[in-house]
Design a protein around this ligand. Sequence first.
Ligand SMILES: Cc1cc2nc3c(=O)[nH]c(=O)nc-3n(C[C@H](O)[C@H](O)[C@H](O)COP(=O)(O)OP(=O)(O)OC[C@H]3O[C@@H](n4cnc5c(N)ncnc54)[C@H](O)[C@@H]3O)c2cc1C
Length: 389
Amino acid sequence: MANQTPLGLLDIDSLIGEEDLAMQKTVRQFVEERIKPDIAEWYESGRLPAREIAEQLGSIGALGMHLEGYGCTGTSATAYGLACLEVEAGDSGIRSLMSVQGSLAMFAIHAHGSEEQKEEWLPQMAKGEKIGCFGLTESDFGSNPAGMRTRAKQDGTDWILDGSKMWITNGSIADVAVVWAQTDDGIRGFVVPTDVDGFSAPAIKQKMSMRASVTSELVLDGVRLPAEAMLPAVKGLRGPLSCLTEARFGIIFGSIGAARDCLEATLRYASEREIFDKPLGGFQLTQAKLADMSVELGKSMLLALHIGRLKDEGRITAEQVSFGKLNNIREALKIARECRTIMGAAGITLEWPMMRHANNLESVLTYEGTSEVHQLVLGKALTGQDAFR
Ligand SMILES: Cc1cc2nc3c(=O)[nH]c(=O)nc-3n(C[C@H](O)[C@H](O)[C@H](O)COP(=O)(O)OP(=O)(O)OC[C@H]3O[C@@H](n4cnc5c(N)ncnc54)[C@H](O)[C@@H]3O)c2cc1C
């Protein structure tokens, strides 16, 4: 059994249905051909041909792919997870584009929007012709979005939105923003076309992570919207949290892609690089690292597939999603860093993916609920005690 792949060791593919495997293969090929050849350059320059990539992702049915109707592909949740895995093997920034589009912006409209909102936005977003963003976080309210200050006030039948959002993926390139705001009736969601007066989205610069991803501030300065811009079907924090659970689900799989890419590249390097007159992969210390990382990668994959099945059976809980996100991102980040050690100096360049993936995973550890927030979710589930405050 020479030269097994890390996930091949456990014959993981035998646990995945044929249709889901076929979708995974399509996305893997897309990433090999369209993302991997250019990602180092996009990362270094901090510039991404986001519209082109969105349309390409749309053409393979990867945007909002697990949603039904309105031009969406309607795959299983597991297939969606596997697609996230393959896209994140390319780069977490591209997977962020896909997650925010499908699981945050499109899901919010699909689950909580009016028929008119769904028909207006979802088919174009599924094709990647329109890009969406999701504005929940504010500079003073990240882990505690309930405190948000962005406010929507009624003026006749219209709504006037004032405030700002921070760290918003796709913000500066979005055609539509799903924005959450306080109203006299609690937190509500609004579908905001980004060409409306009073809306601007300056890009956040000097990032050391997610350089192949657009991250922005959203400024809402007296943005006037008609009554029908509000998402009618949900009220309170339940609305944005339902979307975050969707996106976190994709990340459970996605992080495995980043880790797998690091490990596969490291295995290639270790078999070619000679030190002390023999291949680096022939040393026990290197093999111990490779074995331990493969074990963690395999365990993360089994966990992701289990959580995928729970979602496909319609019985997943938010705590299970926290469980998966907490473990898989943490382990992926450890794998990326450990791979870098095997690479020596070569591991610090963009010629190899470890440092780029590790830097990206620092953001993934923080967004969609920090690790600490997920520990608190699990702690509460285990003890019945709320330790958030
Ligand atoms: C690249 C990137 C893209 C993003 N994209 C989006 C997006 O598209 N839309 C969006 O709305 N947001 C987005 N975010 C924001 C992200 O969701 C927030 O950064 C995250 O929720 C954490 O908020 P914060 O950064 O304000 O950290 P804080 O909430 O200030 O947390 C700081 C520290 O305190 C810890 N902490 C928090 N609460 C507790 C507690 N009760 N007990 C102990 N410790 C605690 C945290 O775990 C963390 O370690 C993005 C962030 C990044 C980095």
